[in-house]
Every structure is written in C-alpha cells, then in structure tokens.
Design a protein around this ligand. Structure first.
Ligand SMILES: [Zn+2]
Length: 445
C-alpha cells in the first residue's frame, strides 16, 4: 500500500489510482532560459524516485514532465544576450538533460514542449471563454477568478492574499485584480502565434493544463512540483482545467516538495550560495549530489551544503567498496520499499541501506541503493572519478596515470627502489594500485 501526502487535503492518504492498469503522473518541468540550479534539481530527483516506485508497484506508468520553452524570462534573456530565442531554449534544454542524466534522473515517458502545443492551448482557452470563465480585452484573454466557486482550494489563501500574491501588475484590462492571463498579445520582436484574439502567446499556467490533457487525459492521478508552484501556478492550473473539463477532473492527488535553502540561507547570487547543477558536477559526482538531496524527506525544507555532498560522497565510497563484483538479482529489499511506500520516506530508506552496510548484507545494500538511483556505476569507474579544482580529488587522473607509467618503466628496468617509492607516494595520497596480468589498475581508496 502506497501512502502519499496530498496537498489538496493536507493529509497523508492512501494512493488509490483512477485506473490500476495505468498510472498517470504530471510534473512541471523547467523553463529553459538558464542552467538548472540545485533547487530545480530537487523536484526532478524526488519525482524520479516516486516514478521508480510506481513502476515497481504497478504494471504501467506514464510520466509526463514538460519543457516550458515560451516565457517572458526567455524573451528577456534573448534581449539581454543578443542570442536567438531558439538558440537559448535549445542549449538550455540540452544542459538540463545532461545535468539530469548525471544526477541519475530517468527520462520521463513524454517530455512535451509548450511551443508544440499552442493549438491545444488555444482550444482550451476557447472552451473557457465559451463557458464564461474567461474574457477577451485588447488582445488579452483573462481567466475570471470570480467565475469559479472554489478558487483557492489548493493554496487555502483568502481573497485578500490571492490579490496580494497575484503579483502581476494590476493591469487596467483586468475586471478583477486576481484575474490571470491565459493569452497575451505579442509585439513583433517576441514570439507569437496567430489566434482568434490576434498574434500572441500563452500565459504560463495554460501550458500545463493543455499539455497534461493532451498526454494524460482530463483526469489523471498525481500532479507534482515544488512547493513554490502551489500559488499561483498550480491553483491556476486547477482553475483552468476543472472549469473546462468539469469539477472533479484534473489531478486526483497533489504532491509538493519543500523549499531548498543553500548553506543555511535563501539561495541568491549575491550571497555566493547559488549553485547550478552544472557547476556542482564539476566538483562532485552526480550520485553524491543525488544522495545529498535524498537525505532529507521531500516535504521538509532542505538545507543544501557542500559539506552534505562530501558526506554523501564518503557514504558512497564506503558502499562502492563493499559491492564490488556483487550482482543484484532482486527488487528493492522489503524494508526499503516499505519506507518509500510511507510517503517516500527516503531518510528511512537510506537508514536501512546504512544498516545493510553495517551488517555486511552487501546484496541488500546494492539492491536498495540502486533502487534509489545510487551505486549504479562500476566501482572502478566510481573510484576513478576526479573532480576539477577540488582539493578532495588530487592527484588528478592524469597525474596518477603518469606516475603509474613511470613506475612500470622503473620495474622493467628493475629499479625497484623507484617503483616502490612511487607506490608509496600514491598510497600516501589514498591511491591504491593493483598489479594484474593486464597491467596496473588503480582506485581511490
Ligand atoms: Zn505546470
């Protein structure tokens, strides 16, 4: 039995799928205008674990995670850098995919791009206008918040907070300050598409309502994302989809991961604690970042620090040392699975894995770790991993290999004093050499 915390009911509930034969889940993906930061990586990793668990429990799962490739942040970045929009979105999408791969995040089953779904959005907006939930003013289409009885159900905000939180400038064309944009006009220097309301582009919220409908249907099981998306993004997705498709449609359960702090403070570029995944990957192996993210329960605020990554890396070093030549032949150990079925209790699942390491149950250790997307490399590769610019990882691979070559030469010349000295020098730096029939191999001990 899978228990999950549902944001809508503010409680931990038993997950009962709409269709046992086909589980459907949607998670809001990145807006592709810049490198993903570690706060963006948290939901990607969390929902990767959830989807992996769902695949273990059910025969068929469709996981949709979108790419938002039309957005004013992208337009602003293009203006700022002089680069073309498609150049920015294409390169950022590529960086995102590389980062996710390094963090062991599996690809979603469908990764729809907003710009491929403009006609679906227009169609949905037309339904909302037709049902009197939206109105057209000067090339804008706005959702009428007062037309919906239950607006604010997910965030539990009152009308005053909703208006204050709407943040968007109180534009003269709005009937009510809390109304939000479904479609807006585009000037010739920003992307635009022809629509019944003139050339324009969609608002952010309508993208997810249209893409989830297209790939998962009007009702599906789980909608996920970061807690910062609850209002206004997810509140507005619910408004659009339930007003268009009918009450009770759209996502059955809502799951949100908690905030991420960095080095004890809110992450900001001026504080120097703003980490992109890309730069962290220059310093640390992806699995150690993944483990650092999973050490805190997903609903708790997470204080992400480089010390956490180092600690995670030491745990992984220990595990990798234990599992050499072990093969996993079974699914996750029962205790790991049970912890995850209890609202994705990853700290508990990791405690179980540490326990397997302590008692030397290496097969369970490996099966549990791999289920969480860890210890998936060949141990030899893991120990060869060298960071760029990190003191933790000197000497570099190149330096080690140069010394090994020198040592082989010394041995051929029967200069054993020199070859032993090189071995000792490397050993002092934690590099262990193993001489075999195929030559000398090495690992970081
Ligand atoms: Zn979304």
């Amino acid at each position: 039995m899978l228990m999950i915390h549902d944001t809508l009911s503010r409680s931990k509930v038993k997950f009962t799928p709409i269709d046992e034969e086909h589980i459907r889940i949607y998670v809001c993906g990145p807006t592709v205008y810049d490198y993903a930061h570690i706060g963006n990586a948290r939901p990607a990793v969390i929902f990767d674990v959830l989807v992996c668990l769902l695949r273990q429990l059910y025969s068929r799962v469709t996981y949709v995670r979108n790419i938002t490739d039309v957005d004013d942040k992208i337009n602003a970045r293009a203006l700022e850098t002089g680069k073309g929009i498609s150049e920015i979105t294409a390169s950022t999408t590529k960086f995102f995919h590389n980062d996710m791969k390094a963090l062991g995040v599996e690809k979603p089953d469908v990764e729809p791009r907003a710009t491929d779904h403009i006609s679906d959005m227009i169609e949905l907006i037309e339904v909302l206008i037709e049902k009197n939930h939206a109105y057209v003013v000067d090339g804008h289409v706005l959702f009428s918040v007062t037309s919906m009885k239950n607006y604010g159900n997910l965030s539990k905000l009152d009308k005053r907070e909703i208006v204050a939180g709407a943040r968007i400038d109180v534009a003269p064309y709005k009937s009510d300050p809390s109304d939000f944009v479904l479609w807006k006009p585009s000037t010739s220097n920003v992307p635009g598409w022809d629509s019944p309301w003139g050339r324009g582009r969609p608002g952010w919220h309508i993208e997810c309502s249209a893409m989830s409908r297209k790939h998962l249907g009007e009702a599906f099981d789980i909608h996920g994302g970061g807690q910062d998306l609850i209002f206004p993004h997810h509140e507005n997705e619910i408004a659009q989809s339930t007003c268009a498709f009918g009450e009770g449609m759209f996502a059955k359960y809502w799951m949100h991961n908690g905030y991420l702090m960095s080095e004890g403070e809110k992450m900001s570029k001026s504080l120097g604690n703003f980490y992109t995944v890309n730069e962290l990957l220059n310093e640390f192996p992806g699995e150690s970042i993944r483990l650092a993210l999973l050490q805190t329960h997903y609903r708790q605020p997470l204080d992400f620090t480089k010390d956490n990554i180092l600690e995670a890396r030491r745990s992984l070093d220990r595990w990798y040392r234990m599992v050499d030549k072990i093969e996993v032949t079974s699914g996750p150990p029962e205790s790991v699975r049970a912890a995850l079925c209890d609202d994705m209790n990853t700290p508990q699942a990791l405690a179980e894995i540490h326990k397997f390491a302590r008692i030397g149950d290496t097969e369970s250790l490996l099966a549990g770790a791999q289920f969480l997307g860890l210890v998936k490399q060949d141990p030899e590769e893991w120990f060869k991993w060298a960071s760029i610019g990190s003191e933790e990882c000197f000497p570099t691979d190149t330096a080690i290999e140069a010394l090994i070559n020198e040592r082989s030469k010394a041995r051929q010349e029967k200069n054993f004093a020199r070859s032993d000295a090189i071995r000792d020098e490397l050993a002092a730096q934690g590099i262990i050499l193993e001489d075999g029939s195929g030559g000398t191999t090495w690992r970081r001990g």
